[in-house]
Design a protein around this ligand. Structure first.
Ligand code: C2E
Ligand code: MG
Ligand code: MG
Ligand code: MG
Length: 285
């Protein structure tokens, strides 16, 4: 851990401290600074959510959205999740942040559904640290209760690595979530490793095929083969399947020819504000 390394280096005296390259030193300082900023971000109200629409291939209808965390630092601007999620996980701050994300997303979902009278699925990314936490189930239960959100409208996105460690406890947690009426999906599918045997037994509703397999799918034979295989497997296991990161018309048409159920990507819609989603729901009707 960065604090410890810095402390030890200082303890060992000036000579040793100089042993660190300037670059390494400044990277540590950056990390410590970001950790400190992250600790305050919640109190300072610097987080917000964007929502990226997800569409049915067959009808072209927006059936739901994915909630995506945004951190606007007054001095540094918008920080992408890839720059701070792993730090939030290492420091345990993800527990508080993740709980806030789910709470916000559930409130928002309830508002959209009440306003429009339409069903809309909101998916929420759940970190491994969050999922493995002892009181995860009771935290989710409490958020559903407080927000009055329909559990059937919330889909939790988990990753393969989360599911494949400590399979017995994972299965219990998944069952608990299903009993509450939530939907469950596997995010970034294909990038981790999944035992197909467990996949069969987990109460999962959907696979989200990672963007890396969708890119250039009309030309890349390997990507096409992997994506077809995932869609075929999903079909026979009676799982839904979403292609992530669709950017090009040709990618979309190739996915259509593979009978891919659902699609998400910049070609169709970027992550947007709740107000924009509200308008899209109205267009839907
Ligand atoms: P993800 O869950 O796989 O989310 C999809 C990411 O792909 C989002 O990036 C989205 O903006 C991006 N994306 C969607 N369509 C396209 C496309 O057509 N082209 C390209 N190039 N990108 C596309 P974002 O918002 O930067 O999030 C990155 C990752 O950070 C997410 O990947 C997720 O793993 C994590 N993340 C985001 N929000 C949360 C959160 O609330 N909690 C946790 N634990 N992780 C989150
Ligand atoms: Mg996701
Ligand atoms: Mg993810
Ligand atoms: Mg993904």
């Amino acid at each position: 851990n960065a604090d410890m390394a810095m402390y030890q280096a200082k303890e060992q005296g000036r000579n040793n401290f100089q042993f660190f390259s300037g670059e390494m030193n400044s990277r540590m300082v950056n990390r410590l600074t970001m950790e400190n900023d992250l600790r305050h971000a919640m109190d300072r109200d610097e987080f917000f959510l964007e929502y990226q629409p997800q569409f049915s291939m067959e009808t072209g209808r927006m059936f739901g959205v994915e909630a995506l965390l945004r951190w606007l630092q007054p001095e540094k601007g918008l920080m992408p999740p890839s720059s701070f999620i792993s730090l939030a996980e290492d420091t345990g701050l993800i527990l508080q942040i993740g709980e806030w994300v789910l709470l916000r997303a559930c409130f928002q979902n309830k508002e959209w559904e009440t306003m429009s009278g339409e069903k809309i699925i909101t998916s929420v990314n759940i970190s491994a640290v969050q999922f493995k936490q002892k009181n995860f189930l009771s935290s989710v239960r409490n958020i559903l209760k407080v927000t009055g959100c329909d559990p059937a409208s919330i889909e939790l996105e988990l990753t393969e690595s989360v599911l494949m460690t400590d399979v017995e406890r994972t299965t219990e947690t998944l069952k608990g979530l299903k009993e509450m009426g939530l939907k469950l999906s596997i995010d970034d599918f294909g990038t981790g490793y999944s035992s197909l045997n467990y996949l069969r037994h987990f109460p999962i509703d959907r696979l989200k095929i990672d963007r890396s397999f969708i890119t250039n799918i009309m030309n890349d034979q390997d990507n096409a083969a992997i994506t077809r295989a995932i869609i075929a497997m999903a079909e026979s296991l009676r799982l839904k399947v979403t292609a992530e990161g669709v950017e090009l018309e040709d990618e979309l048409e190739t996915l259509r020819s593979f009978n891919c159920h659902d699609i998400q990507g910049f070609l169709l819609a970027r992550p947007s504000s709740p107000e924009t989603i509200k308008q899209l729901i109205n267009v839907n009707r």
